[in-house]
Design a protein around this ligand. Structure first.
Ligand code: CA
Length: 227
């Protein structure tokens, strides 16, 4: 079977939703592996190194969607979309903090989900090459866009794909105050429709991980500036 778009792992214990998502993805040229619990989902991910993972938050068993996300973030850079029946601020923020790239609330349309998937894949495939490879020194932090590495005096720091892209974008616009909208357009891609507070969540994560080594300034009434 032709699967030009690569492999997606879907972890969802509602078989109706899982089958529906899988059907649309296959029709769209993806190879799809379905799991109905976190353990087997993680197995699939480890074996197949998919291009994207779609995770339901509420999973039966020991490992819920948040935990899958947490473990994924320790090991790599695979983009994650969280599915949730709960449209609660807390879940959304927690999901994004754990490194999810997007968050879709049930019920969702197949079209909406596919649009988000393509937006994320477009980003993760173009983001690295579109930045001219460079090492930006910002405060005590080195942002290496060729190797996609971030180094501090204490060693290299693991960032999620989105956190790295945000930091790299700020670093290439050093000293310029950028609005949340500009950051969303530049990092999440134009046409990304979501909450501007998504930027704040990622900024908070960058500050948490890089601390005082990173001169990431809040510009009141505008947004953020690096350096
Ligand atoms: Ca569920």
């Amino acid at each position: 079977m032709e699967t030009p778009n690569g492999t997606v792992v879907v972890i969802e214990d509602d078989h109706h939703i899982s089958d529906l998502v899988a059907m649309y993805l296959r029709r769209d040229g993806f190879r799809v592996l379905q799991s109905d619990d976190g353990e087997s989902g993680l197995d699939h991910i480890e074996r197949e190194q998919p291009r994207l993972v779609i995770i339901d938050i509420g999973l039966a068993g020991e490992i819920d969607g948040f935990e899958v996300c947490r473990r994924l973030r320790k090991t790599g850079e695979i983009p994650v979309i969280i599915l949730s029946a709960r449209d609660e601020e807390f879940d959304r923020i927690l999901g994004l903090e754990l490194g999810a790239d997007d968050y879709v609330t049930k019920p969702f349309s197949a079209r909406e989900l596919l649009a988000r998937i393509h937006a994320i894949l477009r980003r993760s495939s173009v983001s690295a090459p579109s930045l001219s490879p460079a090492i930006h020194a910002v405060g005590l932090v080195e942002v290496d866009t060729a190797r996609r590495e971030v180094r501090t005096p204490a060693g290299s720091v693991a960032l999620t794909t989105r956190e790295f892209d945000l930091l790299a974008y700020l670093a290439t616009n050093l000293g310029i105050a950028l609005s949340r909208r500009q950051l969303l357009d530049g990092v999440w891609g134009e046409g990304w429709y979501g909450d501007e507070r998504t930027v704040d969540v990622h900024v908070r994560q960058l500050r948490k991980k890089l601390g005082d080594d990173l001169p990431l300034i809040t510009v009141w009434g505008v947004g953020y500036r690096l350096g």
